[in-house]
Design a protein around this ligand. Structure first.
Ligand SMILES: *Cc1c(COP(=O)(O)O)cnc(C)c1O
Length: 467
């Protein structure tokens, strides 16, 4: 207790530190800096009580507070370098927008705009009008609306069309996509009753037929995305299911997940269901994400029959799930790129990254490998290595794309060395995200489009590792 009192008289006052910290005040504001000073002085007093010997000179306190504030400032959203090998990484923000789309979002954010204003008539407009005709043109649907994400699209569609009613779904499609999207739970939260149909591996048309009752609202299929049944399996295709639904005067809905708008196999990529095929096959309503294979901003698109879309848009939930002008501006620019599908592998970052030739990535790996090796101290060994990238975001993880990585091993075979290196890479001003696999830290270069930025940070990485 006496020791504590002694220190109190010796410690600088909050005001004195504050006076010496005007640089921090102009950066973080008076209140935040005063709080940080108080917290730090409290820590010093606690430290002394427990027998430590902290430095409480003004420069030392200033520097400690500077670090404290920098650490809390670093908590916002920051750009990173995605060398994880997963192109559409949900934890890393999925699709990167093309510059024109980002610019459109920026303009929409900075200025008043015609979000819900018809410039022709001067009357109230409809926010979906900015993208609806593009979606119709690209999918062949009659009408469309946009909400916050595909999960919201499914919930909104089901709670509009099936609340209090039954929805038969194949047992083979009652999947969890990740990020807590589980088909049975989504159905429950939409207020409809799931009627399980068929067996896990095999579902037949007669199973759906038997499940239809006077309480049935619609028939639904879910694209199982990152999960596949192999062997003795059977499922009912959407065309046959839509015919059955129509025989009973019911709509047929499909949750496509990614729902791409071009033929992926023509680009040399694993086949993915195309939105237009489902519409052409008679499906009345499809839902898909904007920021998966479509390569746009986070949103969920609902497309299909006009009468159904109209009902969905009248649901008060639509108001809660609608998107803002930045998203609509970006989405509209991305959709316009699809009018020139032959250019998409250049104009759309997601497709550019997915179709980047392995030889091109290998050349980059060779170029960067020597450079990186010269900055990585003992015990690290650097080499190039073939690897496999994943599409990510619910696309099948077994469908991989050949790629190239810089593979870093510890000469002493210690995983802890690799983990420290991964940590220091994440601490760089533009954090670099790799993955540890089979005793190496792999930096898959498929998505490295800011090579000079990566190189510029290497001296800093070396300094961090050598202290
Ligand atoms: C990804 C996915 C969802 C969820 O989409 P979000 O845009 O992440 O909300 C729903 N259903 C399927 C089949 C998916 O693949």
């Amino acid at each position: 207790m006496t020791a504590d009192r002694d220190i109190r008289s010796e410690l600088p006052s909050v005001d004195r530190v504050l006076q010496a910290s005007q640089d921090l005040v102009s950066r973080c504001g008076h209140r935040r800096v005063s709080e940080a000073i108080r917290e730090h002085l409290r820590d010093i007093r606690e430290g002394v009580k427990t027998g430590q010997n902290p430095d409480w000179s003004i420069p030392a306190v200033h520097s400690a507070i500077n670090s404290r504030l920098s650490a809390s400032d670093a908590r916002g959203i920051r750009p990173v370098i995605n060398l994880s090998g997963i192109v559409l990484h949900t934890n890393l923000g999925r699709a990167c927008l093309p510059a024109a789309a980002a610019e459109a979002a920026c303009q929409a954010a900075m200025f008043p705009n015609n979000l819900e204003y018809d410039l022709e008539t001067g009357k109230r407009g409809n926010r979906d009008s900015h993208v609806e005709s593009l979606i119709c043109e690209l999918t062949g649907c009659e009408a469309a609306t946009v909400v916050n994400n595909n999960a919201a699209a499914v919930v909104l569609a089901l709670s509009t069309l099936a609340r209090g009613l039954e929805v038969p779904v194949s047992r083979g499609e009652l999947v969890e996509i990740g990020g807590s999207f589980r088909v049975p739970e989504v159905m429950e939260s939409s207020g409809c009753t799931l009627v399980e149909v068929g067996a896990t591996n095999r579902t037949h048309l007669k199973d759906y037929r038997c499940a239809i009752s006077t309480q049935t609202a619609l028939l639904m299929k879910v694209h199982t995305s990152n999960y596949r049944l192999e062997g003795f399996t059977h499922s009912v295709d959407e065309k046959t299911l839509a015919e059955l639904a129509h025989e009973h005067g019911l709509p047929c809905m499909v949750d496509l997940g990614s729902g791409c708008l071009v033929d992926f196999t023509a680009l040399g990529l694993p086949g993915e269901p195309q939105a237009s095929e489902y519409i052409a096959n008679g499906v009345d309503l499809i839902t898909f994400s904007g920021d998966k294979l479509l390569g746009g901003p986070q949103c969920g698109i609902i497309a299909g029959k006009k009468s159904l879309i109209e009902r969905i848009c009248r649901n008060p939930l639509k108001r809660a799930l609608r998107v803002d002008s930045m998203i609509l501006a970006a989405l509209s620019e991305v959709l316009k790129l699809y009018r020139h599908p032959e250019q998409l592998t250049e104009t759309l970052p997601t497709l550019r990254q997915l179709t980047r030739p392995a030889a091109d990535i290998e050349a980059q790996a060779v170029r960067l490998c020597a450079e990186l090796a010269s900055y990585l101290p003992h015990p690290f060994r650097v080499a190039t290595a073939p690897c496999l990238s994943q599409i990510g975001s619910g696309a099948l993880p077994v469908e991989t794309i050949p790629s190239f990585a810089i593979a870093i091993e510890s000469a002493e075979g210690r995983d802890s060395d690799l983990r420290s290196l991964a940590t220091e890479l994440r601490r760089l001003p533009r954090p670099v995200i790799g993955r540890i696999h089979d005793g190496s830290l792999l930096l898959d270069l498929r998505c490295l489009d800011c090579e000079s930025l990566f190189l510029q940070q290497l001296p800093q990485l070396r300094d961090a590792l050598s202290c």
